[in-house]
Design a protein around this ligand. Structure first.
Ligand SMILES: CC(C)(COP(=O)(O)OP(=O)(O)OC[C@H]1O[C@@H](n2cnc3c(N)ncnc32)[C@H](O)[C@@H]1OP(=O)(O)O)[C@@H](O)C(=O)NCCC(=O)NCCS
Length: 181
């Protein structure tokens, strides 16, 4: 087990978990601000799952973690390396049936606490499309603060790309000062 919260258990994905990822990524509404389309089964098996497993190998204390509540799989939380070894990037992707329960905020707050208290990180970041208001609300509720809007080039941009991407972050001092209360 990677970590537990009041209602969630987070643990590593295994090589047989393609079906769970497909269950998540085959919903175009879940993928709306990521790729804008359902991920096909072969891509889950040949790209999505292997990439998740590869991060565990390269970064044993980081990665994308399967989240379960009392009834089973609800989605995942990610805590990923960045170019700066003392900064991690957090993210989340939940099945639609798990939205509206506070799970994303609960898991993200736990990952931020884990980053500072267990992993010794100095900064936690999160990013999303500016138009992904549900995700931005999770960032705000988790104690991350808005830093900037930035623009990236995409060959096949999603609707809303023109409004850019947003970066939220919190540093250790700010978090310790109580933003996590
Ligand atoms: C982004 C995403 C995780 C947000 O999920 P969410 O359910 O809106 O966020 P939370 O888990 O924090 O839940 C908050 C909601 O639960 C409600 N809630 C119900 N019970 C609650 C409880 N016990 N505690 C806290 N909130 C609770 C809140 O009132 C809030 O409702 P609202 O959206 O009507 O204001 C989800 O929309 C998702 O997976 N999207 C697809 C993937 C994605 O876009 N990821 C981000 C890309 S970077």
């Amino acid at each position: 087990m990677y970590l537990t919260t009041e209602r969630l258990r987070l643990g590593r994905f295994g090589p047989d978990d393609g079906a769970l990822l497909l269950e998540l990524e085959s919903d175009p509404e879940v993928m709306r601000f990521l790729t804008g389309r359902a991920t096909p089964r072969d891509e889950v098996e040949s790209v999505v799952l292997p990439e998740i497993l590869a991060v565990y190998a390269g970064h044993p204390r980081l990665g994308t973690f399967k989240a379960e509540d009392a009834d089973g799989f609800v989605g995942w939380f990610g805590i990923q390396p960045t170019a700066d070894p003392r900064t991690v990037d957090v993210g989340y992707r939940l099945k639609r049936s798990a939205w509206g329960k506070g799970y994303a905020t609960e898991g993200t707050r736990a990952l931020i606490a884990h980053a500072f208290t267990v992993l010794g990180m100095e900064r936690v970041e999160a990013d999303t499309m500016a138009v992904n208001h549900r995700s931005r609300a999770v960032m705000r509720r988790s104690g991350l603060r808005f830093e900037k809007v930035y623009h990236e080039h995409f060959d096949d941009p999603l609707p809303g790309t023109e409004f850019g991407e947003v970066l939220y972050a919190v540093d250790r001092a700010t978090w310790e000062a109580g933003s996590h209360e």
